[in-house]
Design a protein around this ligand. Structure first.
Ligand SMILES: [Zn+2]
Ligand SMILES: [Zn+2]
Length: 128
């Protein structure tokens, strides 16, 4: 596959992709980054916002203000899985993020908040 083909496939995926019913921003971004990867921008976050909550224009600004520049940083820096979904690593006995998150716990359709599986990361420290 050429680079141009790959880029075209990627773009097609972006255009066709939609959050599932009730799926929250963070679960959507998590699913998309797992399936399609991160292109170094807030591509999936913005896609979610455009489809579900086009008036939530502060979203990107808030992320950028926290130096969250791309979708994987949304998953690593802005939000973190709650304790209930973590799995115990058999080797280190530490609680770790599961390889795949459980299906989204659900939010109202136009909400850009995360579902019950995520909390704001202490590193991000945003006001509520
Ligand atoms: Zn990234
Ligand atoms: Zn969710």
């Amino acid at each position: 596959m050429t680079v141009a083909d790959a880029a075209e496939l990627y773009l097609r995926a972006v255009v066709e992709v939609e959050p599932q019913t009730g799926e929250c921003l963070v679960c959507f971004v998590d699913r998309m980054v797992a399936e399609h990867g991160c292109d170094g921008s807030l591509l999936w976050s913005v896609r979610f916002r455009d489809l579900r909550s086009p008036t939530a224009t502060a979203l990107e600004k808030r992320f950028r203000g926290q130096a969250v520049r791309c979708d994987c940083m949304v998953l690593q820096k802005a939000y973190t899985p709650v304790r209930e979904v973590l799995v115990r690593d058999v080797h280190t006995d530490e609680l770790e993020r599961p390889e795949r998150m459980p299906p989204c716990a659900g939010v109202r359709r136009t909400n850009t908040r995360p579902c019950a599986h995520w909390r704001r990361s202490p590193m991000a420290g945003y006001p509520d």
